[in-house]
Design a protein around this ligand. Sequence first.
Ligand code: GLC
Length: 443
Amino acid sequence: MGDYTMKGAELASLLKGQLHSNMSFNGMAGVDDESLHLSEEDIKWWRDAKLGLFIHWGVYSVIGKGEWAYFNEKIQQEEYRRIAQQEFHPARSAREIAEEWMGHARRAGMRYAVMVTRHHDGFAMWDSKYSWENFTSASCGPKADYVKAFTDACHGAGIHTGLYYSPMDWRFPGYFDPKGRPENAALMKEQAYRQIEELCTGFGRVEILWYDGGWLAHQGTDADAAWFWEPVKLNKMVRSHNPKMMVTPRSGYRGDFECDEGPHEAKGGIVPVPWEKCMSLSNAWGYCPDDKYQTSESMIRMLVNVVCRDGNLLLNVGPDPEGRFPKEAVETLDGLGKWMEENGEAVYGTRGGIWQPKDHVYGSTCKGDTVYVHILDGEAFQGMSLPGIDRKIESAELMDGRAVEFAQDPGQVTLRIPEDVIRERRIDTVVRLRTEQGTACGD
Ligand code: GLC
């Protein structure tokens, strides 16, 4: 089996969640309700956290053809249940698995984690009372509550907790024909409301509800299906249990941040709304043996490009049937973590700016009166100047403290990176600029 390639409805699902080149998002078309809005203060922890871990793991991991296996391979329900029952049998306890995930997340410098609790196949990874036909990891197969283990492990590791949930469920013919089979579709909706309520009430502190798959019959956008899901009503229920829980736009409600899904580059200017790029370290989200993986270099570059445009990066791993991270994923995460140890100051707690990024050459982040210039192409940068700024720069240095020569006049700022550093061709050369007090970034 070679690299995984998405097509058909699976590809359409990815595309409907992308940032367009004109800086608009499909989610923005979602229905709105002011009473659901969170304040900038409410989502500050998330904007500060920057880097998160996404986990796609379930019955599909045993099949090894991505999380769309049930649909793409036209597997019958009975057969899928048999696989869940007989083949999804991780040897280790749920707790051991979840704690190992947290170890990877911490080493990579990730500050939040989002686990798929139930994908479109309908298999709930917790002891759900409202699962249609009792299709859960607690009742069949491993007989374990992985959501409980995951949330406990997040809390124990000090990682902010998020749960992914797909309202849609392929097991219901009403999903594919909501107008023709309204009674059946209503059962699916009832399951979604009740399971979401379980996720909001049964696992202690959960800070993100990461909806996916609010569209109907694989058509249109999530917002187009709002007539069916009634996302304002749904999210009012969510907030009645958890007033500050952040939600994605995929329920059809506008949500608290925008999603840009997939591994394409983050380019262009600073995005003016809170946003998150989510992508997988491999081609598929769910485990596929022999899939192709991103390198740590490409993920460092991605992270820099995202944070300089004021976004977050949610990186997905599809653990193998035993719940282990594939070794290529571990290498990439460890490389990213090593970089974060040295450069995390220029990422965590920052906001994009003060300069607009220049694709492939540089971008900037800022925090208080410090600005970090992220130089992705030292040779190209060396011949350029940055637009003038109205705050006085007091010092410029590399992250290891070595001084960088600089000159400032009202029209421009120039930095001279030491030649030996340019020759090293670092992925990102960070220059820390301290500016005069009282001109804090974001004020
Ligand atoms: C896409 C995929 C879905 C995956 C999601 C993650 O929508 O179709 O399987 O869970 O992306 O964001």
